[in-house]
Design a binder for this molecule. Structure first.
Ligand code: PEP
Length: 251
């Protein structure tokens, strides 16, 4: 059975003291869960602190974004290599908040994904439709466009060297989750898209779900055939809720 992956996205939350408390509360319950890989993505300034607090545990470190460039005159940007140097293994690309609030389009997201791969990071490509697109029956078409932008730039081998996160925009931070059947249908569509290119790689690529995953809905989502784990926003800031979600991935 494939290992499940649960990633906590802290977004722009946290502080030195709050981070230390959260990790102290979290580590005993989520470290060394059989068959589950757990990663945390704090804001950039706390990467060093969180790396230090995670040292010696099985929990992995990730970042929430990165530059598409490797180095140079790019004020305010952070490169993939810098993230590596701070112990990151994962990095999110194309989160819907980056797309909608900071104008990141499919091309830029693909370039960031490629930059992450060049540095040996595992990029997590976030894709998802808006509520209007779902209501118009455009969900599969939108997801296909978002994924094909990656395929065009880096090919199936590159795309399947990372992780895909299906995050319906209408479910992020809204308290409204896709039903397990709705999520599974989109995950199966993503798997089919990859399989059209290379069946073996499609089967091996983790496809995780994000969008108001909580302790009480995680089990049903993770039980779906093509859901390989979760990308967790709000609930990752609550030690008890995040621990329960990670345990649901194990069960
Ligand atoms: C996210 O930020 O990726 C996310 C899924 O947030 P939430 O769990 O709060 O909906």
């Amino acid at each position: 059975m494939k290992r499940k992956l649960v990633i906590g996205n802290w977004k722009m939350n946290g502080g030195r003291q709050a981070n230390a408390q959260l990790l102290a509360d979290l580590k005993p319950g989520v470290a060394a869960l059989d068959g589950v890989e757990v990663a945390l993505c704090p804001p950039y300034p706390y990467l060093a602190q969180v790396a230090e607090l995670l040292a010696g545990s099985t929990l992995k470190l990730g970042a929430q974004s990165l530059s598409r460039f490797d180095q140079g005159a790019h004020t305010g940007e952070v490169s993939a290599q810098m993230l590596r140097e701070f112990g990151c293994q994962y990095v999110l690309v194309g989160h819907s908040e980056r797309r909608s609030l900071y104008g990141e389009d499919d091309r830029l997201v693909a370039e960031k994904f490629a930059a992450a791969l060049r540095a040996g990071l595992l990029p997590v490509l976030c894709v998802g439709e808006s509520l209007a697109q779902r209501r118009n029956g455009e969900t599969e078409a939108i997801i296909s466009v978002q994924i094909r932008a990656l395929l065009d730039l880096i090919g199936i081998q590159g795309l399947t060297s990372g992780v895909i996160a299906y995050e319906p925009v209408w479910a992020i931070g809204s308290g409204e989750t896709a039903t397990p059947a709705q999520a599974q249908a989109v995950h199966a569509h993503i798997r089919d898209l990859l399989a059209e290119q290379e069946p073996a790689l499609a089967a091996a690529t983790p496809i995780i779900y994000g969008g108001s995953v909580k302790a009480d809905n995680a089990g049903a989502l993770f039980a779906q055939a093509d859901i390989d784990g979760g990308l967790i926003g709000g609930a990752s800031l609550d030690a008890a809720a995040f621990t329960a979600i990670c345990r649901a991935a194990r069960d």
